[in-house]
Design a protein around this ligand. Structure first.
Ligand code: PLP
Length: 227
C-alpha cells in the first residue's frame, strides 16, 4: 500500500470515532510526509527536536506538529515558535520552560501540552507516575502558568503482543485521565485527549478510549535507522 492509501485507510477507519490520527514521520524523508499531506493529513508527530526543525522548514506551515519524544529543557526554545503540541511533558521543570518560552514568543495560541504518564512496566525511564502528575498539577508554579494549555495525557504501552497486558495499560491511562479530569479540569474542555495506541495496537487502544493514535510504520513503512 502507498502512503496516500494508508492515510485514506485510517481516515475511513476513524471516521465514525472520536479518535484522530497522528502520522509519526520520524526517520522518513520530507517527500514521504508531503505525500501524506497531499492525501489530507495535517497532524504529524516527530520524536527528535533537530529532525522536527528541519522538516518544519521544508513543509507547509499549516501542519500541526506534535513532539512525541523525550524533550530536554535546553531544547524547548528551538521548537516553541511553531510546535502545536508537546505530548511528552514529564516534569514540572520542563513545563516551566515551555511556559517561559511561550510567553517570550508572544504566540497567538498557547503551546498545548500533554502529560506523559508511564504505563509500561519495562520502560519507566520517561513519563511520570500518576502521583507525580497530581503533584505537578497541585503546584503553585503550575497554577501560575498562563502560556501553556494542558490538553490531556499520553502513554506508551509495553512492546508486547500480550493483548491482556496492553488492554490493562490502556485502561490504566484512561483511568488516570478520568481522575485528573475530575480533580483538576472538571469544567475545562481543553483537557480532552488520551494519546495511546501505535501501529500494532491502535485498534485495542481505541476500544479503551484513545482519542489520538500515533501511527508510524503503519503509514510510512518500516524505519531504517542505518541511513
Ligand atoms: C515511533 C513512535 C510511535 C509510532 O510507532 P509505530 O510502531 O511505528 O507506529 C508512536 N509513539 C511514539 C512515542 C513513538 O516514538
Amino acid at each position: 500500500m502507498s502512503i496516500s492509501n494508508n492515510i485514506r485507510y485510517f481516515d475511513e477507519k476513524l471516521k465514525a470515532t472520536d479518535c484522530r490520527l497522528v502520522a509519526v514521520s520520524k526517520t522518513h524523508p520530507v517527500e514521504n510526509i508531503k505525500e501524506a499531506y497531499e492525501a489530507g493529513q495535517r497532524l504529524f508527530g516527530e520524536n527528535k527536536v533537530q529532525e522536527l526543525m528541519e522538516k518544519y522548514e521544508h513543509l507547509p506551515h499549516d501542519i500541526n506538529w506534535h513532539l512525541i519524544g523525550h524533550l530536554q529543557t535546553n531544547k524547548v526554545k528551538y521548537i516553541a515558535p511553531f510546535v502545536d503540541t508537546i505530548q511528552s511533558v514529564d516534569s514540572l521543570k520542563l513545563l516551566k520552560e515551555i511556559n517561559k518560552r511561550s510567553e517570550q514568543l508572544n504566540r497567538t495560541s498557547p503551546i498545548n501540552c500533554m502529560l506523559q504518564i508511564s504505563i509500561a512496566d519495562e520502560d519507566t525511564k520517561f513519563g511520570m507516575s500518576y502521583d507525580e502528575a497530581v503533584a505537578l498539577l497541585q503546584s503553585e508554579e503550575y497554577r501560575n502558568m498562563n502560556y501553556i494549555r494542558i490538553t490531556g495525557v499520553m502513554g506508551i504501552a509495553t512492546n508486547t503482543e500480550d493483548i491482556n497486558k496492553l488492554r490493562k495499560e490502556f485502561r490504566y491511562l484512561r483511568e488516570c485521565f478520568e481522575q485528573l479530569k475530575e480533580t483538576f479540569f472538571f469544567a475545562n474542555p481543553d483537557f480532552q485527549e488520551i494519546s495511546m495506541g501505535m501501529t500494532s495496537d491502535w485498534e485495542l487502544a481505541i476500544e479503551e478510549g484513545s482519542t489520538m493514535i500515533r501511527v508510524g510504520s503503519g503509514i510510512f513503512g518500516a524505519r531504517d535507522y542505518s541511513k
